[in-house]
Design a protein around this ligand. Structure first.
Ligand code: GDP
Length: 322
C-alpha cells in the first residue's frame, strides 16, 4: 500500500449509483466530507462516448468510482453474451477514457471474482489472474472485467494516473435482486424462507447438493472497503475484497432459516446445478492494509432481512414473478 487520496472537499462521481454496489458506495460516501455526483440514465448514457465525455467535462469530478455494469446470473450471461461483453467494454472504456481526458486523478474500477480461472487455487490470490481457462458460463462478463482492470493498469503505466481496481467476492445486502429466476443464493433463500414463514410451509428447497462453499460479504462492508481503497491504496495490482471466510450452502441455508424465523427443514434439489465447488478469495493484501469487515454473516443477514421486511410492501424490491 502506498499513497493516500484525500476525499475532503472533492467531487466524487459514482457511476452506477442505482445498483446494489453503487448505492452502497453513495451511502458510505455520505459520511465523508465530499460531494457525490451521480447521473440517472436519462441524463447520461454510459454507452454514448460523446455524451460521457461531455458530462465529465461539464461536471469535472476529482475522483470516479466505476460501479456501473451490465450484470446478471448464469442464465442471463449465457443468453446475452454480446450485452455482457460489449456493453461492459464500452461503458467502462468510456468512463475511464473520459475521466483521463478531464484530469480525474483517482479512479476505482470494480470487477468481480469471476475474473479468476475456474480452477484457481483456494483461497484465490490476485496473481491467479490469467493463469487458466475461465468458467465458460460467465466468461463474457469476466473478459470485460479483465479488460477493465488492465485498462486501469495501462493508464497507470502510460500516463501515471492513480487508477486502481477492486475485485469483490459474492455480495449480498440491501438493494439485492430477489427475483428467484435471476437472483444469487442469499436473496433467493431469504425470499423462499420468508414465503414459508408466511404460508406455514415446511420444506426449504435448496438448489444442488448444499456442499459447495461460498464466501459472502455484506455490500456495506464492500462499499467501506472500496472507499478505504480509494483513500489509501495506490498500486498496479487489483485488490481482492472479501471476508476471508466461506461456508457451505447447506450451512448458509440453516443460518437464513434461523434469521428469518421460519420453521423449515432443508431439502436439496439435485436437478439444479452446484456450480463451482469453492470460490474463496485470498484477502491478505486487503487485510494487510488494516481493513476488516464489520458484519459477521448472521448479523449481515439479519440486517438484510430487516431491510427486506421494511421494503417488501413498498414495491421497490426486485421480485419478478413469485
Ligand atoms: P455462484 O456463486 O456464481 O455459483 O452463484 P449463486 O449465488 O447463484 O449460487 C451459489 C450456490 O448456491 C450454488 O451452488 C447454487 O446451486 C446454490 N443455491 C442453492 N439454492 C439456490 C437458489 O435458490 N438460488 C441460487 N441462485 N442458488 C442457489
Amino acid at each position: 500500500m502506498s499513497g493516500t487520496f484525500e476525499l475532503r472537499g472533492k467531487r466524487v462521481f459514482v457511476a452506477g449509483h442505482r445498483g446494489m454496489v453503487g448505492s452502497a458506495v453513495v451511502r458510505r460516501l455520505a459520511s465523508e466530507d465530499c460531494e457525490v455526483l451521480t447521473a440517472g440514465r436519462d441524463e447520461l448514457d454510459l454507452l454514448d462516448q460523446q455524451g460521457v465525455r461531455r458530462w465529465m467535462a461539464d461536471r469535472r469530478p476529482d475522483a470516479v468510482v466505476m460501479a456501473a455494469a451490465k450484470v446478471g446470473g448464469i442464465l442471463a450471461n449465457d443468453t446475452y453474451p454480446v450485452d455482457f461483453l460489449q456493453d461492459n467494454l464500452v461503458m467502462q472504456t468510456n468512463v475511464v477514457d473520459s475521466a483521463f481526458r478531464n484530469d480525474v486523478g483517482k479512479l476505482l474500477f470494480l470487477g468481480s471474482s469471476c475474473i479468476y480461472p475456474k480452477l484457481a487455487p483456494q483461497p484465490i490470490p490476485e496473481d491467479a489472474l490469467l493463469t487458466g481457462p475461465l468458467e465458460p458460463t460467465n466468461e463474457w462478463y469476466a473478459i470485460a472485467k479483465i479488460a477493465g482492470l488492465k485498462l486501469c493498469q495501462a493508464y497507470r503505466r502510460q500516463h501515471g494516473v492513480d487508477y486502481i481496481s477492486a475485485m469483490p467476492t459474492n455480495l449480498y445486502g440491501p438493494g439485492d435482486n430477489f427475483d428467484l429466476t435471476s437472483s444469487h443464493v442469499v436473496p433467493a433463500l431469504m425470499r423462499k424462507a420468508h414465503q414459508l414463514k408466511l404460508q406455514g410451509g415446511k420444506a426449504l428447497s435448496v438448489w444442488g447438493s448444499g456442499k459447495p462453499m461460498r464466501e459472502f460479504l455484506h455490500v456495506d462492508d464492500a462499499a467501506d472497503a472500496m472507499v478505504w481503497l480509494l483513500k489509501n491504496y495506490s498500486g498496479d495490482s487489483h485488490v481482492n475484497v472479501g471476508s476471508g471466510e466461506d461456508i457451505t450452502i447447506a450451512d448458509l441455508a440453516r443460518t437464513i432459516v434461523s434469521v428469518v424465523g421460519a420453521e423449515a427443514t432443508i431439502t436439496f434439489d439435485a436437478t439444479k446445478p452446484d456450480g463451482t465447488p469453492r470460490k474463496l478469495m485470498d484477502v491478505s493484501r486487503l487485510f494487510a492494509t488494516g481493513w476488516r469487515p464489520r458484519y459477521g454473516l448472521s448479523d449481515g443477514l439479519e440486517q438484510t432481512y430487516g431491510w427486506f421486511l421494511r421494503h417488501i410492501d413498498k414495491g421497490d424490491i426486485r421480485l419478478g414473478a413469485a
